[in-house]
Ligand binder design. Structure first.
Ligand SMILES: Cc1cc2nc3c(=O)[nH]c(=O)nc-3n(C[C@H](O)[C@H](O)[C@H](O)COP(=O)(O)O)c2cc1C
Length: 202
């Protein structure tokens, strides 16, 4: 059967969500999927970026990652979104990309795909769940098939977030547990999409 296509669409200012996105890429590829890792466009001013050396450095380090386009979503069977938490909601950069998806939505081309999301916040109760649930609103509107990680693998009892992989940036870079949770989340999304694809082809 044809491989499952996965688009991983994310924003990261200082690298946390980028690391989760890379782990999700690894998990999806190891599950046999074809993956497009795509960042969304930066919207912040050079002044704001350059005021934070970690932000400027990460932007430079990821210059070679392609920016997300509508075709990436049209192509995908699975879309995984990654965003830092901004006051308990997704960042404006990712939201701006989502707001360009009207033409695909109007053609029904966002429906029936598998969706899942991951995030990071600076503090443990800083809005990870609300950020993921907020993204879920869009998935409902699109007629998406939401596949959260739940507690479907032992790693979930260690990472602790059934809504989607998340990491507390204030504790340092993503731990091995967070990265494995991201791999599991991607693998589960791919396996679900593969089952759907097989049913649809039958
Ligand atoms: C405008 C703004 C709002 C933020 N709001 C929150 C928040 O409500 N709670 C929190 O814990 N962290 C908050 N943060 C911290 C970010 O979520 C954190 O730095 C981010 O997860 C790092 O991800 P990145 O390294 O991928 O950019 C905020 C950061 C910014 C710039």
């Amino acid at each position: 059967m044809e491989a499952v296509n996965v688009a991983i669409v994310y924003y990261s200012a200082t690298g946390t969500v980028h690391a989760l996105a890379q782990a999700a890429t690894d998990g999806a590829e190891k599950a046999g999927a074809q993956v497009r890792l795509r960042k969304v466009a930066e919207l912040a001013s050079p002044e704001a970026i350059n005021a934070n050396p970690a932000w400027a450095q990460h932007l430079q380090d990821t210059a070679d990652i392609a920016e997300a386009a509508l075709d990436d979503l049209a192509w995908a069977d699975v879309v995984l979104f990654g965003t830092p938490s901004r006051f308990g909601t997704p960042c404006s950069q990712l939201k701006q990309f989502i707001d360009t998806l009207g033409p695909l939505w109007a053609q029904g081309r966002l429906a029936d795909k598998v969706y899942s999301a991951f995030t990071a916040s600076n503090t443990a109760h800083g809005g990870q769940e609300s950020t993921l649930l907020s993204l879920g609103n869009a998935f409902y509107h699109w007629g998406g098939i939401i596949v959260p990680p739940g507690y479907t693998d032992p790693i979930q009892f260690r990472s602790g977030n059934p809504y989607g992989t998340s990491h507390v940036t204030g504790d340092g870079p993503p731990t091995a547990v967070a990265l494995e949770a991201a791999r599991h989340q991607a693998r589960r999304a791919v396996n679900t999409a593969a089952a759907l694809k097989a049913c649809r082809a039958a």
